[in-house]
Design a protein. Sequence first.
Length: 220
Amino acid sequence: MRLRLPEERPTEPPTGYKNAHPVLSQDGTRAGFTGVSLGGALPYGVLDEARCVYGRRHRAPHRRCDCGFHCVHDRAAARALLCTAEHRAAVLLEVSVLGAYIRFEHGFRYARQRVRTATVGPCACGATAVALADAAWGRPGWLALTAACAGCVRGRTSLSLAGFARLAGEGLRVRAADGMALPPAEQGLRELVAEAAFLQARLDVFQSQLARLDERGPQG
């Protein structure tokens, strides 16, 4: 006789917590996240559907595979993982578990998700982050981003926290965890620095596209 798992029909989507790296598309038009372990090769949007990382055609989550989005039940458990080396530069996500899911002791494996909130840790220097800047690594077509304060953004490709939320869309909220306090004179300046860096990055992309058009010359 084949055993059947108990089915749940919640009135509201369950809430889960996970860590992920924020990413920005190479052309600067899309923002999302990528996993810190198994799903790291497949960036996803704020509202997205899981795909099998092994390229199989079954729908996630499949009982005989470990594909699908993963999260834990407890926020404290996800925050504890931020202490490990591979999670240090990640952000903490609060997600809604959508579609079919498999419940485990510590979390879910599931088909779809909506990222509701992303909490960005302090800059590497210890100051409160005001931007997400190029982390000097990425995936094909995607730049990984990391927390940065106004003083550490400098000339790197970056997005302010509000700018990342706007680009990612779907009502995402991005907030900064507490870090070292900055002098009052820098409170207004830090957002301007981050926005200026983002505009410079978009201008660089625009100029490179114009250069390619000039090389092609008139058509027809």
